[in-house]
Design a protein around this ligand. Sequence first.
Ligand code: ZN
Ligand code: ZN
Length: 290
Amino acid sequence: MNLEEFVLTNEKPIRMGFFFGVLAVMALWEIVAPRRRLTVSKSVRWVNNLGLVFFNSFILRVLFPAAAVGVALTASKHGWGLFNIYELPLYISVIASVVIMDFVIYVQHVMVHAIPVLWRLHRVHHADPDYDVTTGARFHTLEIILSMLIKFATILLLGPPVVAVILFEIILNVTAMFNHGNVGLPPALDRVLRWIVVTPDMHRVHHSVEDDEANSNFGFSLPWWDRLFGTYRDQPRGGHEEMTIGIHKYHDAKDVSWITGMLLLPFRGEISEYAINRRQWSGTEEENNG
Ligand SMILES: [Zn+2]
Ligand SMILES: [Zn+2]
């Protein structure tokens, strides 16, 4: 049995193994050497953030039982999409598919920050007042559904090998848990590693309450897009231990830490200065900072 067949026949246990394996390693690392002190108790965080994750997986399973893999199988059966039309050696189409799908995620991430109504959904990921492995999977259900539809559209156009879709989803899952870890690497190692993968210190900048910092480092797995498109930012101004994580105006645990508050958050309040069409580029420094 080759690697492709192995992945296809053991898809579920491989996914579960990576999810729970990396979750356990990161959780242990966060206990042994936490980067920052948590503001909310770990049990509240874990119950609510992971509660939302399990709720989302349930909804996805109901809405899209065949999932992304099913769409990739359909595309290959009908010869839809770039890589089903132009046959390349498998390893090339797998690598290219994973890289292209990661780029789509980057563009999608920039988009949910830029478009006011989508930022309402994505705020749920940013409203977490702390930053740990469970933050990495905490997204509003509607954003998860939107992501899935964008992924389906990408697959239909790209026609990636089925194994590439599975690999991409596993890599995204693993890197998101790794780079949301409340952990730090030795600075020298971090500097080298961030040329290959988004590190915890790199993505933590993106969770700052400061607008300019939150609008940096959109990458989830591959760090190249931020450098290539000018959204890269090296470190937070306040330093990793002192920087404030979260979003302005929402600090009440009921809104930002409880699962009910997270599900309602997109429908609350105004987006105000954060939205792309409300920013003031002229005027005093005071106004600019809103
Ligand atoms: Zn974001
Ligand atoms: Zn994040």
